[in-house]
Design a protein around this ligand. Structure first.
Ligand SMILES: Cc1ncc(COP(=O)(O)O)c(C=O)c1O
Length: 469
């Protein structure tokens, strides 16, 4: 593998054909969401090989460095990112046979880190709690590594002119052709500013009247900067890939004529709507862009043709924005409050949200189910839907630790059948007493099983009650 990779970097082997699939992404019209008088089209950047618009710039920046002699066969590519740019760079580095090191802040999700590692990237984890100027700040660390490693090339997408150029020469002309040279506005987000800058430059030449519309998450400083020229203090936001706390070197926002601030909750709800209504699984920023595009479209008094992006695919957000429990836990959605303990139940039995086992299931089934749902205990529910026990990992361990064959024994042989049941009308004090006894509460309304309340359900509930949450 190493040899093959090296050979491809020296030009003896063709890179895999997947690289030819970067760009030339499809464009589809939104047909079911309400777009007022306008026609709205989505450029599906999710169709790039690693699932995002960043494959374009990753390829362009690597090829520019090759042309400029900044990256030579056997060289090392270095970038500070765990995001989509890292995925694109890792794919291309692997295809062309370069070593790649990604410097990643330690708050990034394990899934993203696993993905770039699986593509062959070396990962250097660094602190997430330090800012620009600190030696362990991820961008400073990447820049330093590039000076220490012979033959290293620091990509620096925030200051690399090949980044906007990829959009000026690729994304812009593609959109122009796909729209039949008939286009009035483009709605765009800003991460590094590459997309908006490249598109602004291209459309300034071919369609000077085109409106560039900025979609920005609430908390980012960019909308304020566009409207007033001020760089304010950034807040935080949960949408990924767009929004900034500074204005990147390569970002040219001078052609932005309208700018919309979109709250996380609206971004997520809009992305989910896109999936339900149009069948398109976009990432979280897709929700921000689409929400801004829909506002823009609905505000127009005559028909316009508008393009926005599905900048990355939604697969990496399945356990977040597309997960109802995550949305509820983060406070983005809520059920009507009952004003009693049932408000603390995160997974409702009646709605099929509780992972359960039957008393006759094997312990192996129970453990497999607990693993895949990432829970450490399950209620044992009989055929009539009545809870008859609780099984937790320690119950199973006590049973099987001398004899693993007992994984084949039935759940009822290991479960705890002394249940702590509470009515929804019980008091918080009763709940805390259940926790003090080291147990979980089973909430029953008469004979009807509503769900469990665990310590972590109570913590999530209390966090949502925090002022300003
Ligand atoms: C997920 C995601 N990444 C990146 C971008 C664009 O980033 P950049 O400004 O770096 O071109 C967007 C823009 O919509 C985006 O949604």
């Amino acid at each position: 593998m190493t040899q093959l990779s090296h050979a491809s970097a020296t030009g003896h082997q063709k890179p895999p054909a997947i690289l030819s699939l970067i760009g030339d992404t499809p464009l589809v019209e939104v047909t079911r969401l309400e777009t007022g008088l306008c026609q709205l089209f989505l450029k599906l950047e999710s169709h790039n090989p690693t699932g995002s618009i960043k494959d374009r710039v990753a390829l362009a920046m690597i090829e520019a460095a090759e042309r400029d002699g900044k990256l030579e066969p056997g060289g090392t590519i270095i970038e500070a990112t765990a995001g989509n740019t890292g995925l694109g760079l890792a794919l291309i580095a692997g295809a062309k046979g370069y070593r790649i090191i990604l410097v990643i802040p330690d708050k990034m999700s394990q899934e993203k880190i696993a993905h770039v590692r699986a593509l062959g990237a070396e990962v250097r984890l660094t602190r997430s709690d330090v800012t620009r100027g600190h030696p362990e700040y991820y961008q400073d660390m990447a820049a330093r590594l590039a000076t220490e490693i012979p033959g290293a090339f620091y990509v620096n997408q925030f200051g690399n002119p090949a980044n906007p150029l990829a959009h000026e020469r690729g994304t812009g002309p593609e959109i122009w052709e796909q729209m039949g040279h008939h286009l009035d506005a483009v709605v765009c987000g800003v991460g590094s500013g590459g997309t908006i800058t490249g598109l602004s430059r291209f459309f300034r030449r071919v369609q000077p009247n085109l409106e560039m519309v900025l979609a920005d998450p609430a908390g980012s400083i960019l909308v304020d900067f566009v409207k007033s020229g001020n760089v304010g203090t950034a807040g935080s936001w949960a949408v990924e890939g767009i929004g900034e706390d500074f204005v990147p070197d390569i970002a040219d926002l001078s052609r932005v004529s309208q700018a919309y601030t979109i709250e996380d909750a609206e971004s997520f709800a809009t992305a989910r709507d896109l999936l339900r209504q149009e069948g398109i699984l976009g990432g979280s920023s897709t929700g921000t862009l689409l929400a801004a595009a829909l506002r823009y479209c609905r505000a127009q008094s005559h028909k316009k043709r508008v393009v926005t992006f599905v900048a990355d695919d939604g697969n990496k957000y399945l356990s977040k924005m597309y997960n109802d429990f995550w949305m509820a836990e983060q406070g983005f959605t809520s059920r009507p409050a009952q004003g009693d303990l049932s408000d603390l139940i995160s997974h409702r039995y009646e709605a099929g949200e509780v992972v359960t086992v039957g008393p006759g299931d094997t312990l192996l089934t129970a453990v497999t189910r607990m693993r895949s749902a990432d829970v450490s205990q399950v209620p044992v529910v009989d055929e009539s839907g009545r809870p008859v026990g609780i099984l937790d990992e320690s119950d199973v361990l006590v049973k099987v630790h001398h004899d693993p064959e007992r994984f084949n024994h039935a759940v009822h042989t290991a479960m705890t059948d002394r249940l702590e049941t509470l009515a929804p009308t019980a008091k918080m004090k009763d709940l805390l007493e259940v926790f003090d006894r080291g147990r979980v509460a089973i909430v029953m309304e008469g004979n009807k099983f509503l769900g469990l309340i665990t310590r972590s359900d109570l913590l999530s509930y209390l966090r949502r009650q925090m002022p300003g949450a």
